[in-house]
Design a protein around this ligand. Structure first.
Ligand SMILES: *Cc1c(COP(=O)(O)O)cnc(C)c1O
Length: 366
């Protein structure tokens, strides 16, 4: 007789990540990964900041030591940069871990989260993990319908998730509308604003959620070093928010959740504004390159303010497989209820060209 798991666990869906280079190379029978272009996980094709690479090399010889479990220096640096109290900052093993920590602190059976139907699927998976209910709110086209999200809140709602810019749609909400949304939340709800892609926006266009944190509102802002900073492999995110929430999330985490090398690399990357600007430039240029090519080919896509594009190819999974045969990895979107679409990450000019050439072949097989 097998040991019975928690009754809701057998239905827990699996997250389908972008396929790793090594796995695809193995499947295609390639000896090395050099020829494969991965545009599947919204990574930064410029790579990590050179300052971060130097910091990692410098710490490599000290990896026999446990890291600073509290991440003192990085926490201080982030608090200073965003003008918040260090008690309002918590580091996580990717912002994904912080989403799970929110679940540990606030979710239980009978309780609810509110999110958009086409928002980051991890929110829903974490709710499932705690057997909490997800209220999926239809979007306004491909943009969050903030009014509908507010209206969906019930007395059992604990967390409302707004990814801004949103993955996988690439849209964002108006800054003033976001402020109004946060201000209008009932007292029993924590508003979670996931800004994984916000550094890719021009600084003057970025929303100021920090102001709500400084004002003591029940807000948790999630950020990451995985996208704009090009450190996805290190796993490092941070939450900035209400002191009492941060304190409880801090108790729920593992003692050494953020590794030594990640802390060193992030501290260095934070100083490298030139790399961040180069990343913004690459994304802007790449979006132009991709959208012009798609226009020429008569393929529809959704306008994006992040480093990826949602492209309507008719049959996303077939297109994904055909591109993969041509050594280009993108992401099928059927898991998001968008079977007609693929999501392609903006890469370097030559990576984008490889994607465009492969798309042309897929559309017009010789
Ligand atoms: C990529 C992404 C993250 C980042 O996750 P990490 O765990 O920090 O790598 C968070 N939220 C959204 C919406 C994302 O697309």
């Amino acid at each position: 007789m097998p040991i019975a798991p928690n009754v809701w666990m057998p239905e827990l869906p699996k997250y389908e990540p972008g396929r790793p280079l090594e796995e695809v190379a193995r499947e295609l029978g390639l000896d090395d990964i050099g020829d494969i272009v991965k545009l599947a996980s919204n990574e930064n094709s410029l790579g990590p900041s050179p300052l971060a690479i130097a910091a990692m090399q410098e710490t490599a010889g000290r990896m026999h030591l446990y890291p600073d479990g509290g991440g003192f220096y990085l926490t201080q640096a982030l608090a200073e940069r965003f003008d918040v109290d260090p008690n309002q900052v918590l580091l996580g093993n990717g912002s994904n871990e912080l989403i799970e920590l929110l679940g540990h602190v606030y979710l239980a059976p009978e309780q609810e989260i509110v999110m958009s139907q086409r928002a980051f699927v991890i929110y829903h998976l974490v709710a499932k993990l705690f057997n909490a209910k997800t209220i999926m709110v239809p979007m306004n086209g491909f943009t969050h319908d903030l009014d509908a999200m507010r209206a969906a809140i019930t007395p059992n709602t604990r967390l409302v998730f707004v990814a801004n810019p949103n993955n996988p749609t690439g849209t964002r909400v108006d800054n003033v509308a976001l402020d109004d949304f946060i201000l209008s939340m009932p007292d029993h709800v924590i508003t979670v604003i996931d800004e994984a892609y916000v550094e890719l926006l021009p600084p003057e266009e970025q929303p100021d959620v920090f102001a709500h944190v400084r004002a003591g509102r029940p807000v948790i802002l999630l950020r990451t070093f995985s996208k704009g900073y090009g450190l996805a492999g290190l796993r490092l995110g941070y939450a900035i928010g209400a002191t009492d929430c941060i304190e409880l999330m801090n108790r729920a985490r593992q003692p050494f959740n953020v590794n030594y090398m990640a802390q060193a690399a992030a501290l260095a990357a934070l100083q490298d504004d030139a790399h961040l600007q180069a990343t913004r430039d690459m994304v802007l240029q790449g979006l132009g390159q991709l959208t012009q090519a798609l226009d020429r080919m008569g393929i529809a896509y959704e306008p994006s303010c992040a480093n990826f594009l949602l492209v309507n190819v008719g049959d996303g999974r077939t297109c994904f497989q055909a591109l993969q045969k041509r050594h280009v990895i993108v992401r099928p979107m059927d898991g998001y209820g968008l079977p007609e679409y693929i999501r392609v990450t903006v890469g370097t000019p030559s990576e984008n060209r490889r994607f465009i050439e492969a798309m042309a072949e897929v559309l017009n097989p010789a």
